[in-house]
Design a protein around this ligand. Sequence first.
Ligand SMILES: Cc1ncc(COP(=O)(O)O)c(C=O)c1O
Length: 432
Amino acid sequence: MRNNIVHPGADALTYEIRGIVKDAHHLSSLGVDIIWENIGDPIAKGVTLPLWIKEIVQNVVADDTSFGYSPTAGITDARQTIVDMRTKAGCTLSTDDILFFNGLGDAISIVYSYLNQNSKVIGPNPAYPTHSSAEAAHSGSDHITYTLNPHKNWLPDIDDLRNKIKYNPAISGILIINPDNPTGMVYPKAILEQIVSLAREFDLFIISDEIYANLTYGNEPFVSIYELIGDDVPALVMRGLSKEIPWPGSRCGWIEFHNRKVDSVFDEYVTSLFNAKMLQVCATTLPQQALPIIFNDERYKPHLQAQSEQYKRRATEAYTALRKVAGVTAPKPEGAFYFSVVFDEGALHTKQTLNITDNKVRLFTEEKVNNMSPDKRFVYYLMAATGICVVPLSGFNSNLYGFRMTLLEPDDERFTILLNTITESITAYLKS
Ligand SMILES: Cc1ncc(COP(=O)(O)O)c(C=O)c1O
């Protein structure tokens, strides 16, 4: 190349959740039966949708307009449905404060791409990699994080957050993922209030990714950030259809911009996001047309409750099984559908293995694990020995060693077997 055409942040674009898939497929070609526990896709795990939701989508697709473009900001009916939801909850929002995207993946990419290169957004550690990678890539420097503490039920360390904000003047925003991926932690109201106070004190905006807002099941009631920001702290609330309907293939998500007009710089930034979306023309039309019909159907709330109940049962069973295992900490999730397990400090070393009976599989694994982070090494042995494909926590931009599994397995018996295999494998690996 005559010039270096590579973006300075290109190295930051990593996504371990899918990165591991290539090697999993190779193991599969060698005869290992892979159990996909890496991706948060309920449909891929065999969850089936209620007939009434499918009928709504069928009716929408029968209308030719669902094949056309839609307005850049989103279909008016869809935006009005969201405004009505917020108005009922006592929040002032206008349809002009909502922008639709092709899933939150698209929204996240645009949000960080159009942020001034010298501005940083501090996010949680462990971090959902789409945020942390996109944030790091936009500025060409490491993503700055605040600690979620596994020994305190994954609660954020507010002192750490405050110090990082104070000593990194480039930090212009705080990211929270609530309920969180990968920990399943739901931010308590008191913690959110402290985060809002920090934003107010240091003149920052907040990004609150609430894609799992309707999937909570713990003691802590879910509180959206818009309920706490008053009329002075600017915030982006991210929501989508992927997890709660669940309809990840719809590629449909949106951002609500709260307190947009209180700061002219924030307002200008938001305008740039609308303009950036305009260059892409619009988000996918069909799911936006289905959204108002699904959300306003009286069966939707019970549908969400039933899903949350199911994840609660899974979370309780996983927690009960893992808390007995020596060498790990695994706080009980209260929302979303993930379960993260952290190895005790010093528990992992490079001599540990699991018994792999097939020679080719063993040789492939031994070659692969050279120079790997210790938790990824465990993940590769687990996959080779049992077929279970989870994601190492180090793949979540974290300095903790552990892994994330999902609570998505729809079959009770299979879920119990999965848990037993994982707990036995941890014990065997740590003892080897
Ligand atoms: C916290 C979080 N935000 C955003 C996304 C992306 O969602 P979408 O399917 O809308 O792109 C995910 C997907 O797993 C997620 O876990």
